[in-house]
Design a protein around this ligand. Structure first.
Ligand code: NAD
Length: 403
């Protein structure tokens, strides 16, 4: 992922005529904190915080608790955050953190101790005007609440603006949970408008029915004429081209702890298919909301959708992206498509700093304004330079970062 991110930046920067020194400045990380967290019971865990760029505002980015976390992954995600915040024009930089741990193997007490000690290692380097972490894979609002509390005890800060993604009672923002999916619907709708297709009942397959995939599907179902005909989770997929997927019913299946394939039980019209088959369905739009590298050289030639929305980070490999673009498939890139989450994190940070609480409608309207403006900027550059949306989004970000 690091290589792909850096290649994408390099390619766009070279096209813009930037010199080698400026390009290296754009790529290199500003600071890397690597430490060991030891719990009272002697268990040890490796922790990271990479701060990539803060030219446009405090570093911003999630903290991931996962056994596969490593320095290069954290570097890649921190780098992408700087370009994401720049591409959507919010006054924040990029950062990312992680701990090599499977939180399911910890007790609640151990998880709290780990979260608090993570903050103790970093207290001098983070804060509302330095670096504002947030949740990512396996980190929750509860973990953010513990982290804020620890940060406040160490520093005396009372703004709650040191972390975002907090619970509502502890300074979190309304609209945060749905923000990435909602931002995806807004970005997709704007692109469809430009093609005169926003009123059409286009068919959509959604890979990944977790937080992002669910909210994308729910909001698309209620707010747009799009028809979600297939959804998947890690165990399989369901497809109902005739009736479309009923999103509330699909959620119910997941809430009861079942794989999404259970949605098809007893319904002849619903086909249970594999994950691989979902990606190659004959639909108008493919939404990737699960993992990186979902489309690679292995399956790029089988993709039939004419539009791909990258809600996960890096779900289309570099080669697959170039291939799809050469076949006139529109790829709406991750740094725009999934930016809704960081945009509402920014709005949470603003509310905390201004000691305000906004209602959900106000948050959603601001999210919409920021997303639409980012899509327009990307589209304008893509049209004027005859380049892909991905290149255009990176060019917009680079222009911001080198201003
Ligand atoms: P999540 O864990 O809630 O959901 C992920 C879903 O993907 C789950 O339903 C899982 O079963 C499914 N999945 C895993 N492997 C799969 C496979 N091979 N095929 C089909 N489905 C599979 O995670 P999330 O918060 O929804 O995030 C999804 C993606 O979006 C991640 O890549 C994440 O980094 C990215 N993202 C999330 C946010 C956010 O605000 N949550 C913001 C930006 C980017």
């Amino acid at each position: 992922m690091l290589e792909t991110a850096q290649n994408t930046i390099r390619r766009a920067a070279e096209k813009m005529g930037l010199d080698d020194k400026t390009i290296e400045e754009l790529i290199k990380t500003k600071a890397e904190h690597i430490f060991e967290i030891e719990l009272e019971n002697g268990k040890k865990f490796k922790g990271y915080r990479v701060q990539h760029n803060n030219k446009r505002g405090p570093h911003k980015g999630g903290i991931r608790f996962h056994p596969d976390v490593d320095l290069d992954e954290v570097r890649a995600l921190a780098t992408l955050m700087s370009f994401k915040t720049a591409a959507v024009g919010i006054p924040l930089g990029g950062g990312k953190g992680g701990v090599v741990v499977d939180p399911r193997e910890l007790t609640e007490e151990e998880l709290e101790e780990l979260s608090r000690k993570y903050v103790r290692h970093l207290a001098d380097y983070i804060g509302p005007d330095k670096d504002v972490p947030a949740p990512d894979v396996n980190t929750t609002a509860q973990i953010m609440d513990w982290m804020v509390d620890e940060f406040e005890q160490i520093t005396g800060d009372t703004t709650k603006a040191s972390f975002t993604g907090k619970s509502l009672g502890k300074g979190g923002s309304l609209g945060r949970e749905a923000a990435t999916g909602r931002g995806g619907v807004i970005a997709l709708t704007e692109v469809l408008k430009k093609r005169g297709k926003a009123d059409d009942e286009l068919t959509v397959a959604v890979q990944g029915f977790g937080n992002v995939g669910y909210f994308f599907s729910k909001i698309a179902e209620t707010d747009t004429p799009l028809k979600i005909v297939a959804v998947s989770d890690s165990k399989g997929a369901v497809y109902d081209p005739e009736n479309g997927i009923n999103i509330a019913r699909a959620l119910d299946v997941k809430r009861h702890g079942n794989a999404i394939s259970a949605y098809g039980e007893g319904k002849r019209e619903v086909e249970v298919i594999s994950n691989a088959e979902l990606l190659t369905l004959d639909v108008d739009i493919l939404v990737l909301a699960a993992l990186d590298n979902a489309i690679t050289e292995d399956n790029m030639k089988d993709i039939k959708a004419r539009m791909v929305l990258e809600l996960a980070n890096g779900p289309v490999s570099e080669k697959a992206h170039d291939y799809l673009v050469s076949k006139h498939v529109t790829v709406i890139p991750d740094i725009i498509a999934n930016a809704g989450g960081v945009v509402v994190s920014y709005l949470e940070w603003l509310q905390n700093k201004q000691n305000e609480t906004w209602d959900e409608d106000r948050v959603n309207k601001k999210l919409e304004r920021i997303m639409i403006s980012a899509v327009n900027e990307m589209h304008r550059r893509s049209e004027s330079e005859n380049i892909s949306y991905k290149e255009a989004a990176f060019e917009v970000a680079i222009a911001e970062l080198t201003r």
